[in-house]
Design a protein around this ligand. Structure first.
Ligand code: NDP
Length: 283
């Protein structure tokens, strides 16, 4: 019987998750069907309850439901607990002990892409994370685990950056996170600058001085699918190597597939295939 999965979000039409998971299933020879479900903003629990009753095996969850997804979980991975947000749920059947397992694969997806696909070691590097929303919260734990020399956090609304830093310092008492006001970024340089804001969605540039990019730095925009974003264009002009978040998207999906299916598919062919079709469409 075909096992059923879906990605839930609002909006959801743009999501590449169905093509990624369908390609994974083909690669490893599993029989799955994967769809998109548009969830009303006030209807997460009702939608997912109904989908579970239809016999679904699991879901991915995206903006703006990752915190609700975490709360919907009955058991949580450590990384979901640290983030307080989930992007993957697995429905484990059972007459009396059915379980909903909640995980967060965004952080490992980002780190795998930077470290393994792009070949940038994070250990010992000065990292700057822009943004303090759900994405920043989801990746902070995995970045800390890589033992960078320092992690700095900045955000347009600086109080949210302080709240996020305090959350992680509370959970991991040895976490070294420095909150830097945007106005003070001119004093520092970073080896890896990650744009975890949603500014690129609106074609805008988060405030960042060109001097913040150290020599041979990497600029990483979590946004994907719109070509070079204003952040990536700005970083390239400042001399940084640049990349979008497609690799992260595929890597976080591979971790979700592993959680559901017990096998982690190869990601490189899928990343290359999506890049190729994006290039063909833009020609
Ligand atoms: P949230 O809405 O939770 O947070 C948005 C963040 O962006 C806030 O920190 C907000 O600052 C900041 N922001 C918004 N507009 C601007 C602007 N014009 N200038 C500066 N800062 C701005 O969104 P998420 O954290 O969930 O998502 C952020 C991005 O990450 C999205 O583009 C999303 O697509 C991407 N993403 C990619 C993934 C991948 O796999 N590649 C996975 C997850 C997310 P403030 O607090 O001041 O409002």
């Amino acid at each position: 019987m075909t096992d059923r999965y879906a990605v839930l979000g609002n909006p959801i039409a743009h999501s590449k998750s169905p093509e990624i998971h369908t390609a994974f299933a083909l690669e490893v020879g599993h029989d799955i069907a994967y769809t998109r479900i548009l969830v009303p903003l006030d209807g997460f629990v009702a939608t997912i309850d109904a989908y579970r009753k239809q016999g679904a095996c699991g879901v991915n969850v995206t903006v703006p439901f990752k915190i609700e997804a975490y709360q919907y979980g009955m058991e949580h991975s450590q990384r979901a607990e640290v983030a307080g947000a989930a992007n993957t749920l697995r429905f484990d059947p059972g007459q009396s002990n059915a379980c909903i397992f909640a995980d967060n694969t965004d952080g490992v997806g980002l780190v795998s892409d930077i470290r393994d696909n792009l070949g940038y070691a994070i250990v010992g590097k000065r990292v700057l994370l822009l943004g303090a929303g759900g994405a920043a919260r989801s990746v902070m734990g995995a970045l800390l685990d890589e033992l960078p020399a320092s992690i700095s956090l900045t955000n347009r609304t600086i109080v949210r950056a302080h709240e996020l830093a305090e959350r992680f310092i509370r959970i991991q008492s040895n976490a070294q996170i420095e909150v830097v006001d945007i106005a003070h970024l001119t004093k520092y340089q970073y080896d890896i600058i990650i744009n975890a804001t949603s500014a690129s969605l609106h074609e805008s540039l988060p405030v960042i001085p060109a001097t913040a990019f150290a020599e041979k730095s990497l600029a990483y925009d979590m946004m994907y699918g719109k070509g070079a974003t204003p952040f990536l264009r700005f970083a390239a002009n400042a001399g940084a190597a640049t990349t979008d978040g497609l690799g992260m998207l595929v890597e976080q999906a591979a971790e979700a597939f592993l959680l559901w299916r017990g096998v982690r598919p190869q990601t490189a062919p899928i990343i290359a295939g999506i890049r190729q079709s994006a290039n063909n469409n833009s020609e």
